[in-house]
Design a protein around this ligand. Structure first.
Ligand SMILES: Nc1ncnc2c1ncn2[C@@H]1O[C@H](COP(=O)(O)OP(=O)(O)O)[C@@H](O)[C@H]1O
Ligand SMILES: [Mg+2]
Length: 357
């Protein structure tokens, strides 16, 4: 099968995506798949790449891909997709290994729908809903899934007066609180604020990344993650715990320092594990998810479970939780990828059935 792997992208998670793609390519069964790599540069150019996948790890693929495609900067157009699209159209399926904006948010999924090619993961709506933390919360609340208290703040208001939300925060959330851009990932723009001064700084910083900002109450809890796989009959793996090495699980801790660690299965009561699996499936259904998602929770000392967020294209590096959670359930990384690709075809079949009935 000719399979396109899309990686890189314009988001703040560009580098993570390249490492995820490298790990996926290493684990794909080469007997089954003829892999076509398409790298998306940080400035949005799509470059087919036939070099060594190892070069995805340190970013050196890009220079080689530019040469391969006779691509020179300054670019002829702001965003050149042509060469990439031609390759995509020649493939039987696509694995978009893209995190964050312009990849995990429904934009690329929309393009793949238009190209009429099966692709791994969530559809346009689920990707967009899962990416936008503010709107995901609306759907989760409607599904009756417990979450922490929050306030929505807007860039325009913040830039006029960073103290505009002080009263609401003091009355509804208290300190410390968490500030995060609504559309973000890998903890980029996420800050813990212990004072109004820190809140103001965090809001201004988060406003660099998004128009809508979430301010949440601080949850003193363990971080439990649950992997979901499937379509309407999706299954949830036994959850695992992430133990951050720092005050919270920030970008450096996720990908650089290597000092945070995971415990699989999470060492919490069986009853809590089962509840988390049920909530994870509910959250997946709430955004109308298909294929895969990793659903993240907080587990408090008193046993309270709160949903934190859903990731429709979770990290796939070799230290990433998603594949490790399935491995623990007896599904190897390679078998997991086979399953995801198979689901891409099943979803397309179902979609076509609705369109033609
Ligand atoms: N309300 C909160 N209370 C305590 N810690 C939080 C809260 N929100 C986020 N965090 C910490 O920040 C990290 C990143 O936040 P998260 O919402 O998961 O954003 P991202 O999409 O960037 O992963 C979490 O893994 C957790 O460590
Ligand atoms: Mg997270």
């Amino acid at each position: 099968m000719k399979l396109a792997v899309l990686f890189g992208g314009r988001s703040t998670e560009h580098a993570v995506s390249c490492v995820s793609a490298y790990c996926i390519i290493s684990n794909l069964d080469k007997e089954k798949y003829d892999i076509e790599m398409i790298g998306i540069t940080q400035d949005g150019h799509w470059l087919p790449y036939h070099g060594n996948p190892e070069k995805l790890k340190d970013g050196t693929w890009e220079e080689e891909a530019c040469t391969e495609n006779h691509f020179t900067r300054p670019a002829q157009s702001t965003c050149c997709l042509d060469a990439g699209l031609r390759v995509l159209q020649s493939c039987e399926a696509v694995l978009p290994v893209l995190h964050g904006l312009n990849g995990e948010d429904g934009t690329v999924q929309g393009l793949l729908e238009l190209l009429n090619v099966p692709y791994v993961g969530c559809n346009v709506f689920a990707s967009a809903a899962g990416m936008d933390k503010v709107y995901a919360k609306v759907l989760f609340a409607d599904a009756g899934i417990p979450q922490c208290k929050h306030i929505v703040a807007y860039r325009k208001t913040i830039l006029q007066d960073a103290a505009a939300y002080d009263t609401q925060v003091a009355e509804k959330l208290g300190y410390p609180c968490f500030v995060k851009p609504s559309n973000s990932g890998s903890s980029v723009g996420v800050r813990k604020a212990k004072t109004p001064q820190e809140l103001h700084e965090a809001l201004v910083d988060a406003a660099r990344y998004d128009r809508k900002i979430l301010i949440e109450e601080f949850v003193d809890g363990r971080e439990i993650e649950c992997a979901v796989l499937g379509l309407d009959d999706a299954e949830a793996a036994v959850p695992g715990e992430i133990v951050p090495s720092k005050e919270f699980y920030d970008y450096e801790d996720k990908y650089q320092s290597g000092s945070s660690y995971s415990v699989i299965p999470a060492e919490i009561p069986q009853e809590a594990l089962t509840k988390i699996q049920a909530y994870a499936l509910k959250a997946f259904a709430a955004i109308d998810g298909t294929g895969l998602s990793r659903v993240d929770f907080f587990y408090k000392k008193d046993g309270t479970i709160l949903l934190n967020e859903i990731n429709t294209l979770p990290g796939f590096t070799d230290i990433s939780m998603y594949s490790k959670l399935w491995k623990n359930c007896g599904l190897s990384y390679s078998a997991l990828l086979d399953r995801l690709i198979d689901l891409a075809f099943k979803r397309k079949e179902e979609h076509e059935r609705c369109c033609h009935e």
